[in-house]
Structures are given as C-alpha cells and as structure tokens.
Design a protein around this ligand. Sequence first.
Ligand SMILES: [Zn+2]
Length: 380
Amino acid sequence: MLDMNSSVRISASFDAGNIIIQDASDSRDIQLAIRNDNNSDFFQWFHYRVQGAAGNVLRMRLTNAGKAAYVDGWPDYQAVASYDRQFWFRVPTCYENGELIIEHEPEQNSVYYAYFAPYSYERHLDLIGWAQQSELVELFDLGQTLDGHDMTLLRVGTPGEGKKNVWMTARQHPGETMAEWYVEGFLNVLLDSDDAQAKELLREVVFWVVPNMNPDGSVRGHLRTNAAGANLNREWATPSMERSPEVLLVREKMKEVGVDLLLDIHGDEALPVNFIAGQEGVPTVSAEVLAAETQFQRDYMAVNPDFQMERGYEPDQFGDEAMTVGANWVGDYFKCPSMTIEMPFKDYDLRPDAVQGWSPERSVKLGETVLFPIARWLNS
Ligand SMILES: [Zn+2]
C-alpha cells in the first residue's frame, strides 16, 4: 500500500499513446491533458499507462476535455482500463466543469487507460497476415502513407463476369478503433470455409476490404486526422498525394475495379447507439438507392438487435461538406448504395453492459452479422 499522496509514474510512449502530463505529484489529483492531432485542432483520443498505484485511489483530471472535438461525447461516457491490454473494462468517469475526471483504484501496479479499447498496429499487421493465408484472399499493396506505413487492400473472392464489387473501409478516423474490431469480425465469417452464407455470397460478390484507412493517425494516437492533419473523411472530392494519399490511393483502385456497395466503418462520440448514415444529404441520390439503403438497415436490425434505426444523424449532418465525405462521394460517383456505419464510444443504452460498455467483442459481432443484409441486398 502506498501513502495517500504518493506519486505515480505515467507514460504514453507506445503505439497509439496520447497524454500530456501536467502534474502527477499527487495520485489523488493527477492533472493530464489530451494532445491534439498533429497539425490539427482535433483531439479526443487518449491512451496512457499508470504505474505504481496498486491499491491506491487515482483521481485523474483530463483538464482540456472541454475543448475536445466532441464535448457531447463526455456526458454518460466511462473511460476504459486494462491490466493485460486484452480485456478492457469501464471505470468510473464523470464530466464536470470542462474536465473529464476518471477515478479508479487499480488492483495491479501497471494499468492502461484509453478512450476506447485500442486496436494496435501490430494487431493490424497480424490481421492482414492471417487473412492472406486464406485461398480466397489476394493482398494488394496500394502505396505508402506520409509516415511510410503501407496501405493494404484485401480482395476476398475471385473476380468474374457479372460479379458485384462490395467495398469495406474502416478507421478513416483512427481513434475510432471499434471500426477495425468490426472488420476483424467481418473477415472471421467471410473467410470461414464452413459458413454457408459467406460461401453463397462469394459466388456473386468480390469483397474489397481496407482494414485501416489511416495507419499514421492510428500509430500517432490521433482521434481524427492523418499525419498531415487531414480529416480523411472530408478529402474524397479532391485528395492529393501531399495531403491525403490514403484516400487518393483507395479512390484510384475503386475507379479501376468499380463499386456496387460501400460500407465505411466508424465510431460516434456522442450517440449511444449503432446506426447507419446513408445518402440522405446527397442532392443527386436516387429514390431507388435510398430505398436500398433503408432496406439494408431493416435487414441489419433483423439479424442483430444491437443495430437500430430510431436514432442517427440528421440528413444535413455534413452541411456544405457532404460531397467530401467518403460514403457520399462514392455513392454519387458510382450511383450505388454507400453507407457509413457508426458504433458508439459509450454503450448501446437500450442494451447496456455495465462492465464493458460498447466493446471490441460486440463490435466483432456486429461485423460478423453484416453478411446477412449484404446477402439480402444482393438478392433484391
Ligand atoms: Zn468517424
């Protein structure tokens, strides 16, 4: 047992680490700040380690939380913690006077805290390495990011006459780690040779999957931007190699092979639900495409009650920037259903999990079950 006012050690020099230590001399009043994304005003992702505090109550104040990108994300939000970096659980958190206050008595001397369960770059590489073992998978190296990370595209299935091209992109916003957990679930089922639905789909569909659209931001511990400070989900109208090579490279490949359906996977800071943003805000969208997107959502809800349609964005969510958003640009260019899937940082409030909140495990399940609405869309 440490003394009541003993100091602890805090660090964030690891994959996706993000914290500024302002004062850690008193474990009952630790003052921290979230570092902003490089060359950007956005910040909200945090991920740090505390050592030397077993059995002591830590009171940690994130003093600049009130200036974060989405302050609506803080009320009713609980931070996650982990001892083994595998299992992440929620810890008591409140938002007061512009500060996010985390209070926790760790049972062990080394504990990690984060905005959501991280999805590490190593796990990303492992996912790609695992996937390419499948005979169904062809791996494409699209090029490099500004920090020199590889942009990897997985093709699942064999191209053929009349086959549809279904795309999935994830983590344009790197702090939305639930998106890559979702992709992991999706690939688990799609590459399962015993899964009848996957086998049926692959007769008629070629899948193109970008598990991580923003590896630079992921490793740097960003919420929303790449290394240059570009919000990739506002770059789709005019991407460039200087500012947003991630989008340019993927967009070129889309133009080469075509897109019949896009699912772009995200997390939402404020809303405690899973939902889809379709092309309601796109002036040129057809009634037929909108109807297909609505049916997709109904089918998703039927197969997984963690998905819902009651709550979501208003059609004018993106305002003047609507056509710079990935799913909107793709839907307009290819005249196809193209949707943004959002999961919560908080929890699904109608089916809460007091221990974990919305979690990697449930993100995986949501990704596993998306094959059903895709199959229904294909047969319509
Ligand atoms: Zn996002």
